[in-house]
Write a protein that binds this ligand. Structure first.
Ligand SMILES: CC(C)(COP(=O)(O)OP(=O)(O)OC[C@H]1O[C@@H](n2cnc3c(N)ncnc32)[C@H](O)[C@@H]1OP(=O)(O)O)[C@@H](O)C(=O)NCCC(=O)NCCS
Length: 168
């Protein structure tokens, strides 16, 4: 498998949205998300991340197979989304994308990388725990994290969610 990680570009975004929707199929039947009603990340969110140098895609044999992107919130980085096309999952691509994002956040001087995920599926909180992230206690949430949580509460049961943190 010829795997190459590179920065995301504007022309990638429709493929990234397609991957996000396809990858979400992993949750079908879990009761955690209404897959058919979910929105994918907006073009503007991708664009902001590309501008900040915090968008990365993984190509396998020249085909985009996955991506990770996020943005800075004051002194910290937020890893907003990581998705791998189902045809390419469980080959280490997700882990490689997270590592690339963390490296870029560190280079930008971020104090930590945060993300928000589901607690129980093995490809969510346990996957990130394997990569060194740990649960951020609710009392430690920063105002921007609370704002994200408020948006999530419109669509998701917050009891199923957790913010995780990796200090850099
Ligand atoms: C999360 C995701 C990006 C991981 O991508 P990936 O390329 O399959 O991940 P990796 O191959 O690097 O897997 C790393 C580890 O995660 C766990 N894992 C990943 N997918 C798994 C699955 N379907 N079932 C069980 N464990 C899984 C395993 O522990 C795996 O390690 P192993 O291969 O040594 O067993 C991918 O599962 C995905 O797109 N999921 C749907 C969208 C999603 O949940 N995104 C994250 C939102 S916070």
């Amino acid at each position: 498998m010829r795997l190459e990680l590179r920065p995301g570009r504007a022309g990638d975004v429709f493929r990234l949205q397609e991957i996000e929707r396809a990858a979400a199929e992993l949750f079908r039947g879990s009761g955690l998300i209404d897959i058919d009603a979910m929105a994918v990340a907006a073009i503007g969110d991708h664009s902001a991340s590309i501008e900040q140098g915090l968008s990365f895609v993984a190509e396998v044999e020249g085909r985009i197979a996955g991506f990770a992107f996020g943005e800075m919130h004051f002194d910290d980085a937020y890893l907003r989304e990581v998705d791998v096309d189902p045809a390419y999952q469980k080959r280490g691509i997700g882990a490689a994308l997270v590592a690339r994002f963390v490296e870029a956040a560190k280079a930008k001087g971020a104090g930590a990388v945060y993300l928000s995920t589901f607690r129980t599926p093995p490809w969510n909180a346990p996957f990130y725990a394997q990569l060194g992230f740990s649960e951020a206690p609710h009392g430690d949430y920063l105002p921007w994290m609370t704002a994200i949580e408020t948006e999530q509460a419109k669509l998701l049961d917050l009891n199923t969610r957790v913010f995780m943190r990796l200090g850099l």
